[in-house]
Ligand binder design. Structure first.
Ligand SMILES: Cc1cc2nc3c(=O)[nH]c(=O)nc-3n(C[C@H](O)[C@H](O)[C@H](O)COP(=O)(O)OP(=O)(O)OC[C@H]3O[C@@H](n4cnc5c(N)ncnc54)[C@H](O)[C@@H]3O)c2cc1C
Length: 347
């Protein structure tokens, strides 16, 4: 039997953040992940501490933001990979009223560091923005492919990575330990994203998947360097390629791209860019969202050695690094999980 402190199931941004915390505290672990693309792989990778619909700060942005910036900077150095680029978001103003609302918001203490008080004039003739842009600072684009492949290789080199589907019926729960095949650990922590709904130990009602789709386009004359936010995001991928989206749908949990989403994205993007482009791909993923838009940390009463780290919704990159720290403090030092993040509120 191989003894570990923890077994982690799932290697998206939740699993990676947790591994980093465990290593920092010299804990031993094994990661099991099936190698399928989860929400992290399918996301836009936008790291944004603001809500650009209403010009407000994201929930707890002031505490999540510094932890996340530190995390991605350290991880880039550790993996020797380009896992993120600091880049502004240019939010297209729809009207003078929006400009005024932005000015008021940018004066608020919690938004001062993020919403620039100066407006930008539009100098790109392929973008329709007669009222100009507001510039969001402190934002970044996470290069999810580099992050996921870099971290997986790092774990493989340390001999702590198993690429397989976790088999729930192979768990044996002992009083103080959990046995899985030939491994024994103090706890198993499930970081499975929206696929957690197939986990028989998880309270299914706690997650409401939210499907999101992107179109990948090639637009040689668009020439965007920053992230552009109109009625949708346009995210530069390099070589004149862009990710455009995403949609939000609660009715469809399948991973197949849909014609409805394609039409919605096309109609929205054509309202703010006027250059020719070619559609070269379409992707779909499921956000692990909760009813109250708050994360899910901790265990249920029935299975105290089985933990969950989930519910990252549409803000995974901002929240995961600090949430991993909160979870580890609970596991190792018995510090309480804040009630609004505790999975027990959903039982
Ligand atoms: C279209 C879209 C756009 C998004 N854009 C953004 C964005 O711009 N910014 C942002 O912050 N967030 C964004 N999000 C949300 C973000 O992607 C999620 O909050 C976050 O990635 C969730 O990470 P996770 O680690 O919990 O889950 P995941 O990334 O899904 O990782 C879970 C992993 O566990 C594996 N797994 C699950 N069950 C098992 C099992 N039984 N055995 C083995 N392996 C298993 C899965 O295959 C997967 O690899 C977006 C999401 C979508 C769908």
């Amino acid at each position: 039997m191989i003894e570990k402190d923890y077994i982690i199931v799932g290697l998206g941004i939740a699993g990676i953040s947790l591994c980093e915390q465990l290593q920092k505290h010299d804990k031993t672990f094994l990661v099991i992940d099936n190698g399928e693309e989860g929400s992290t792989a399918k996301s836009g990778g936008v790291f944004n501490p603001t809500v650009l619909k209403r010009f407000t700060a994201a929930w707890n942005a002031a505490i999540f933001f510094p932890a996340a910036i530190y995390f991605y900077s350290q991880l880039s150095l550790k993996l020797q990979k380009n896992i993120f680029t600091e880049t502004a978001i240019h939010r297209i103003f729809k009207s003078v009223e929006e400009q005024n609302n932005w000015t008021v918001a940018s004066d608020k203490r919690e938004l001062q560091d993020f919403l620039s008080s100066k407006f930008l004039r539009n100098t790109n003739s392929t973008v329709e923005a007669p009222f100009g842009f507001g510039e969001v600072l402190g934002t970044a684009q996470i290069h999810t492919n580099n992050l996921l492949s870099g971290y997986r290789n790092y774990l493989i080199n340390q001999n702590v990575m198993l690429t397989e589907d976790f088999q729930y019926d192979a768990i044996q729960q002992k009083e103080n330990r959990v046995v899985y095949k030939n491994f024994s650990a103090k706890k198993i922590i499930f970081t499975e994203g929206s696929k957690v709904i197939y986990n028989p130990f998880f309270p299914k009602q706690a997650i409401i998947g939210n499907k999101g789709e992107y179109l990948i386009i090639k637009a040689p004359s668009l020439k965007l360097e920053q992230l552009l936010k109109g009625s949708m995001y346009i995210i530069p991928l390099g070589n004149d390629k862009y990710k455009v989206g995403a949609t939000y749908s609660r009715d469809d949990y399948s991973l197949n791209p849909t014609s409805e989403a394609k039409e919605e994205i096309l109609s929205k993007v054509k309202s703010f860019i006027n250059c020719p482009f070619e559609i070269i791909g379409q992707t779909a993923g499921i956000r692990p969202t909760t009813k109250d838009h708050r994360p899910l940390l901790g265990s249920t009463d029935e299975n105290p050695n089985l933990f969950f780290f989930n519910g990252l919704g549409s803000r995974g990159f901002l929240m995961a690094p600090l949430l991993a720290e909160i979870l580890l403090k609970n596991l190792e030092e018995n510090q309480p999980i804040p009630a609004e993040m505790d999975i027990k509120r959903m039982l």
